[in-house]
Design a protein around this ligand. Structure first.
Ligand code: SF4
Length: 392
């Protein structure tokens, strides 16, 4: 069996700096000045984007239905207006969002099913883990978000009494080992509020790990101040940050600096992406994303198949596209850079890994293998194939 690696195709060169430089390095400024309309974008970036070809009335209808919010920092990464630009596509509504398919659901992965949702702010899908929805606020309302119903919706805010009840429930569930702060984006909370929640969780004896799911390193990276990173690193339990980069253009110097601050304080930083049509569903774009993550010392962890979110069919791919992508990536990027391709089974049943069918089993038990180099190989049922390499 050939084990010779094939050379990786060249990675497209990245421009890491935003185009405009007239925005401050202050996360609160970017959060407060987030664009909520096309007019806001024109005001923030006068003359920068040619919007003449956009379906403005369709976009206004999409905004009326789902809202819009995008930081100046993030919009600054777009090179042009329109869905052909991956950053614009991820941040600015599209008229196609008003087309909802019968298969799409407001709560596609069942966060709020009664059996999984014991009280406000908490979902438990696995025995050892629970989600704590710390806030419904985000700096950017991502167009593909599977919690669109929740994001920016004050009904989902966790007040002090609800937080207290959630922490009491977690303390009483002795099989839990990890709590995942999610939302919304937990890093839109103030340092004081966030650290208070982490400290109270850290005092619960049966917990071993705390995780923060956040897009702030991507859409508002100045949020990761040295002070915040130090406070996360000083937490009594290990804190893992799972960021959500979807495209190589998001890995700017500011984003890399944010991650370095976390890593320097011992806060492990992983990435989860969503497979998105027109953003990262082709091999070159995805390979560039994985290398950009490695450059920033972020471990690619998960690639989620697009959930059945209302109005997102133009952003979803087929599972076959995802499997073909994973097949093409294997053998052309380091194994540790390959995320697991995951499907969150609709209805709250949890995540399953999706793997290209590398192996089938013949009638005599022989494995029929499609190797990463494209060759067909066989592996006998009772041991190594002849010619197998020995030793380390
Ligand atoms: S930051 Fe996360 S929760 Fe907020 S809109 Fe984006 S994907 Fe949804």
């Amino acid at each position: 069996m050939s084990t010779e690696p094939r050379p990786s195709p060249p990675t497209p060169a990245l421009t890491r700096e935003p185009v405009a430089r007239a925005v401050p390095d202050d996360w609160r400024w970017h959060h407060a000045h987030a664009a909520t309309s096309l007019d806001d974008i024109e005001r923030l970036f006068p003359g920068r984007f040619d919007m003449s070809a956009l379906d403005r009335s369709g976009i206004v209808r999409a905004i009326a239905r789902y809202g819009m919010r995008a930081t100046p920092y993030y919009l600054d990464l777009a090179r042009r207006a329109g869905a052909s630009d991956p950053i614009w596509r991820l941040a600015v509504p599209d008229e196609r969002e008003t087309h909802v398919l019968p298969v799409e659901r407001e709560d596609p992965i069942g966060d709020e099913l009664p059996g999984l949702h014991p009280l406000p702010g908490v979902t438990r899908r696995y025995r050892d883990r629970a989600l704590l929805f710390a806030t419904p606020t985000c700096s950017v309302h991502c167009r593909h978000c599977f919690r669109k119903r929740m994001v920016g919706n004050a009904e989902y805010a966790l007040d002090d009494a609800a937080l207290e009840a959630a922490l009491r429930w977690i303390a009483g569930e002795h099989d839990l080992r990890e709590v995942i702060l999610t939302g919304g984006d937990p890093l839109t909370l103030s340092d004081g509020r966030l650290v208070d929640v982490l400290q109270r969780l850290s005092r619960i004896e049966h917990l071993r790990s705390l995780r923060i799911h956040t897009r702030m390193p991507v859409v508002n990276p100045h949020r990761i101040t040295p002070e915040l990173a130090a406070r996360l690193g000083a937490c009594a339990l290990p804190v893992v940050v799972v960021a959500h980069f979807n495209h190589a253009a998001e890995l700017t110097d500011a984003a890399s600096l944010a991650v370095q601050r976390l890593l320097t304080q011992g806060v492990a930083t992983l990435n989860q992406s969503v497979l998105l049509a027109g953003v990262n569903d082709d091999v070159d774009s995805h390979r560039a994303l994985l290398w950009a993550l490695l450059d920033a010392r972020i471990r690619p962890y998960a690639l989620h198949h697009g959930d059945l979110v209302p109005g997102t069919s133009h952003l979803r791919t087929s599972v076959d596209t995802g499997l073909a992508l994973m097949r093409a990536l294997r053998g052309t990027v380091p194994g540790h850079a390959l995320p697991r391709y995951l499907l969150d089974v609709p209805g709250g049943h949890g995540k399953v890994p999706l793997e290209p069918p590398w192996v089938t089993t013949g009638a005599d038990g022989t494995l029929e293998i499609e190797a990463p180099d494209g060759s067909r190989q066989r592996y006998p049922p009772d041991g190594a194939p002849s010619g197998d390499r020995q030793g380390a």
